[in-house]
Design a binder for this molecule. Structure first.
Ligand code: M6R
Length: 600
């Protein structure tokens, strides 16, 4: 959600900024812009739409060795050129890019800026005007910048250029992600290391409310009170080739296909040389101490949490609750005496989850983050981290992170069970290896799934996904996948729940996708299918080897019953993919969505 790139060095900054913004496209955006500074002053280019449009607009003849760029996901004001970043102060001295939401922008406007006329509807323009107002008072950019940052409430990552100073990029952040990348005779700033991996793999973390002065050869980090902070860089361990599409038409398809290998990676990473589960002792102890686990997550990660609850309760015998992050803080349940919070987040940057993390840390509770990005905010701020080892996930629709989250949760639950001396009736790693092979079989069945998409989803406006028990959790994920990328209205339901109201929506031809992978509910879910078919539904039954019947459209290879979500989700991901493709939707960058949701 919004992306920032900045460069200061000896090379032309335009291509570095544009390349960086392309790498941030996956985060979701609706307009973009860059500002570069040279002897002639600041040159600004902004567009509504995609980076490809921005590239066409940028004046190739301008050479500038310093600049900032931005992709905007609209919050305050419609997507438009006027509201796109960078924004400038009235005199043009200051130019900024900003991610996040300034909660007190109306108050700041009233208190400090009543005489200023604004051109955009954004909260960002208030920030840049405020800096100019303070500069006019102090005639000192650092002081004005620092004081302005101190006045902001809310979330922000900010990069700023002063038109009279070609030696410094001014940077600060609070809650929103931003990193400094270090190079030889240049430095960069980026929302995400992926944007600037071509330039460097050395990064410096910025802590909330710090001010950073970035020049070609130096980076100075200050606290808000002006004291200097020393910090060592770290190496970003991302393989640049992981973030290329290769021969795939879309990242989503590539990431669906990567799932078998991701499961194998997870097996490798979480197993020692004696084939025993390998987990940090501190995590084991935290699980052991907990009298209740609270899983906090959003979207697909929340759906993975629902599956994880089953593992933790069935295997480790710890009562577990799963909560939608955006609701938890406002409606906190009565907590147990020794809670352990588990945050599940692909990006590790989801603002809703982070606000819960901040709250529960203030209350003194321990937290474990399960994430694909170990250096992310949720990872840094929690007590413990479990890494998904899924490789960068670029498509907005989460696929391989979901299955990786489930696999890691199964390992956490089994490890806890073993540590507690509980007997497991199966060898988890062996069962995960079987899952990985089953996934391979499924990803090879694309033609069959594409045909099913044509048969069931080609013209429909809506679709229902039903399942019971563990299949219900997956039906929620199947519905989310379909709606977010194909815009078909889709809902997941517990099989028995439809007849309590929603069955009224079933009409002649309404697609109902039913999962039947659990023996104990095989007959009852099929009964629910009969109920909708009797009312005209077009039923697509996905069952599992051993439970299949003649009416089934697709049969999954057999895996351990607890692990069925890892395989049953794959045909649902592919159905969503082909439905979006057939409707000419932008598969990897669906409208209105962002990969990393960094505002609450
Ligand atoms: O990065 P996170 O896992 O915290 O993101 C949570 C959701 O925003 C994310 O899963 C979202 O629902 C995906 N677009 C679904 O495909």
């Amino acid at each position: 959600m919004c992306g920032i790139v900045g460069y200061i060095g000896n090379n032309d900054s335009k291509s570095i900024l544009l390349h960086g913004l392309e790498k941030l496209e996956y985060r979701g955006y609706d307009s973009a812009g860059i500002a570069v500074l040279n002897d002639e002053g600041v040159n600004l280019t902004k567009v509504k739409g995609r980076i490809v449009n921005l590239k066409e607009r940028v004046d190739e003849s301008i050479q500038a060795t310093m600049g900032i760029g931005h992709t905007r996901w609209a919050t305050h004001g419609v997507p438009s050129i006027t509201n796109a970043h960078p924004h400038q102060s009235s005199s043009g001295k200051f130019t900024i890019v900003h991610n996040g939401v300034i909660e007190n922008y109306q108050d700041l406007k009233k208190e400090y800026l009543s005489d200023v006329s604004f051109v955009s509807e954004t909260d960002t323009e208030v920030v840049v005007q405020l800096i100019e107002k303070l500069y006019n008072q102090y005639q000192d950019t650092v002081k004005a910048f620092r004081e302005a940052m101190g006045l902001l409430k809310g979330s922000y990552a900010i990069g700023m250029i002063d038109a009279d100073d070609s030696e410094t990029l001014y940077v600060s952040k609070n809650k929103s992600p931003l990193l400094i990348g270090l190079g030889e005779d240049f430095n960069v700033i980026a929302s995400d290391a992926m944007a600037t991996l071509n330039e460097t793999d050395q990064y410096l973390e910025i802590i909330d409310k710090e001010i950073v002065l970035v020049s070609r050869n130096d980076v100075q980090i200050q606290k808000l009170n002006g004291s200097i902070v020393e910090r060592k860089p770290y190496t970003a361990k991302i393989d640049a080739s992981d973030i290329e599409k290769g021969t795939y038409p879309h990242y989503m398809l590539k990431e669906i296909d990567e799932q078998p290998i991701v499961i194998r990676n997870i097996i490798k990473e979480y197993q020692d040389e004696n084939n025993q589960l390998k987990l940090d002792e501190s995590i084991r102890q935290a699980m052991d101490k907990a009298d209740r686990v609270y899983i906090i997550a959003a979207g697909t990660s929340y759906h993975a949490g629902l599956v994880g609850k089953e593992f933790i309760e069935k295997l480790a015998k710890i009562p577990t609750e799963v909560h939608v992050a955006s609701e938890f803080s406002y409606n906190m349940p009565l907590l147990s005496e020794k809670p352990l919070f588990i945050f599940i987040s692909q990006s590790g940057e989801t603002a809703d989850s982070r606000s819960v993390l901040v709250k529960i840390k203030e209350m003194g509770h321990p937290a474990l983050t399960i994430t694909n990005v170990p250096g992310s905010t949720l990872s840094r701020e929690a007590d413990y981290t479990l890494h998904l080892h899924a490789g960068p996930e670029i498509a907005v629709a989460s696929t391989k992170a979901y299955t990786a989250q489930i696999a890691v949760l199964s390992i956490l639950a089994s490890d806890t069970a073993k540590a507690k001396g509980l007997e497991l009736e199966f060898d988890l790693m062996q069962e995960l290896a079987i899952v990985s092979s089953a996934m391979e079989v499924l990803t090879d069945q694309k033609e069959e799934i594409e045909q099913l998409t044509r048969d069931f989803l080609s013209t429909t406006r809506n679709a229902f996904f039903i399942g019971r028990s563990g299949d219900y959790n997956v039906s929620l994920e199947g519905a989310l996948k379909l709606k977010e990328i194909s815009y078909i209205q889709a809902e997941g339901f517990a099989g028995g729940e439809l007849k309590h109201g929603t069955i009224a929506l079933i009409e002649e031809g309404t697609p109902v996708i039913a999962l039947a992978t659990h023996e104990n509910v095989n007959y009852s879910i099929r009964g629910n299918v009969q109920e909708v078919v009797a009312r005209g539904a077009n039923a697509l039954i996905i069952s599992m080897k051993g439970l299949e019947q003649d009416t089934d459209s697709f049969v999954l290879p057999k895996v351990h019953e607890l692990l069925t979500p890892l395989v049953s989700v794959i045909p649902l991901q592919l159905l969503a993919y082909y439905a979006a493709l057939h409707r000419d939707c932008d598969v990897d960058k669906p409208r209105n969505l962002a990969k990393s949701v960094t505002v609450e």
